[in-house]
Design a protein around this ligand. Structure first.
Ligand SMILES: Cc1cc2nc3c(=O)[nH]c(=O)nc-3n(C[C@H](O)[C@H](O)[C@H](O)COP(=O)(O)O)c2cc1C
Length: 336
């Protein structure tokens, strides 16, 4: 399948693995790229630019296909040394950066000077248009369903994607709630040129996280995510657990007066405890509603091959079948 996204990034399939804190290490990024998608190393999980340079080098040893780095610009007391992270990306000869959080405007000259293609993650049409205006090559449109930070507008992808298609000139991928071939074909139908997956990629053999995390994803349903930090206008969709229940109780007590310090124990330092130590009740960690569609732990290649084979079957058989007048009684998934 060829789309504007496969051509832009020089990849075989229009599938991107979004940056994920404490998940997006070289092992996962290389597995996704080797399977024909675009793997992304999460820049800030590497505590220093030097460590990021090493992680890029490690990934290079595992794949000769294109891969990228995620740079997340979030409000923080002491800003990470972004120019040095960008230098590490440039020196690693990478050609793709996924930016997220605040606008990457101030870093665009440095990224563009290095010949890097920028895909910015946006949760609204207005931010997508801004990304296009400042020279981003593509946008990752993250709907209400997504794991992580869906913004404050609460617009699901069924609306957000066609709205983005109506307004954007640069290509975009659908992100949030994407799990399988049905997601990909629907995203393409709504104007996207591919899809970005986060949560689904955690439940793969290569994802370098504790087995408890994968087990939790298999067991959870679409009813098991919660929003936290809404009062701080830093909403995050997370998987419900004991730590999150405590956090929500504090949020209920404090109401609009909530401060980040009030929930420090339930948000700070949670990722290594969950992803490395498998402490599933530690607190808030991102997880999408798509968890309700995750029932197995395939290899990344099995997952991507299955998505592409089923997508072809849906398009060639099911959809053209409707045009040809075939009326189906039930729809069996084309590929088991
Ligand atoms: C565990 C986890 C950690 C994430 N960490 C980041 C991050 O550090 N930076 C970022 O831009 N997005 C992050 N995301 C968001 C993903 O890149 C992606 O946009 C999102 O997961 C898409 O929604 P989905 O989970 O429904 O596929 C994270 C998502 C998850 C599930």
């Amino acid at each position: 399948m060829k789309t504007a996204i496969t051509e832009l990034f020089g990849i075989q399939h229009p599938i991107i693995q979004g940056g994920m804190h404490y998940v997006g290490f070289a092992e996962l990024a290389a597995a996704v790229s080797n399977a024909g998608g675009l793997g992304i190393i999460t820049g800030l999980t590497q505590k220093t630019p030097e460590l990021l340079a090493k992680e890029i080098a490690r990934c290079r040893e595992m794949t000769d296909k294109p891969f990228g780095v995620n740079l997340t610009f979030l409000p923080s007391f002491t800003a990470p040394p972004y120019p040095e992270y960008i230098a590490a990306i440039r020196e690693g000869s990478l050609k793709v950066v996924e930016t997220a959080g605040r606008s990457p405007e101030q870093y665009m000259p440095a990224l563009k000077a290095a010949g890097i293609k920028v895909i910015h993650k946006c949760t609204s049409v207005r931010h997508s248009l801004k990304a296009e205006k400042i020279g981003c090559d593509a946008v990752s449109v993250d709907g209400f369903e997504c794991g992580g930070h869906p913004g404050e507008d609460d617009i699901p992808n069924m609306i957000l994607l066609p709205r983005a298609a109506d307004e954007l000139k640069v290509p975009f991928v659908a992100s949030g709630g994407m799990a399988d071939a049905r997601s990909l074909v629907a995203a393409l139908a709504m104007g996207a040129a591919g899809m970005n997956m986060g949560t689904r990629f955690i439940a793969t053999k290569e994802a370098p996280v504790h087995p408890n995390v994968k087990k939790a994803l298999i067991e959870a349903t679409e009813l098991d995510t919660r929003f936290v930090m809404r009062a701080l206008r830093n909403t995050e969709r997370v998987l419900k657990n004991k730590g999150v229940d405590e956090l929500l109780e504090i949020e209920r007590e404090k109401g609009k007066a909530l401060k980040i310090e009030d929930i420090h124990d339930q948000v700070a330092g949670v990722y290594p405890r969950v992803m490395v130590d498998g402490e599933m009740d530690a607190g808030a960690w991102s997880c999408g509603m798509v968890v309700g569609l995750i029932n197995d732990i395939p290899t990344v290649k099995e997952l991507i091959d299955r998505i592409m084979a089923e997508a072809e079957a849906i398009i060639r058989q099911r959809l053209t079948g409707f045009l040809d007048g075939a009326i189906e009684k039930t729809w069996a998934r084309a590929v088991a």
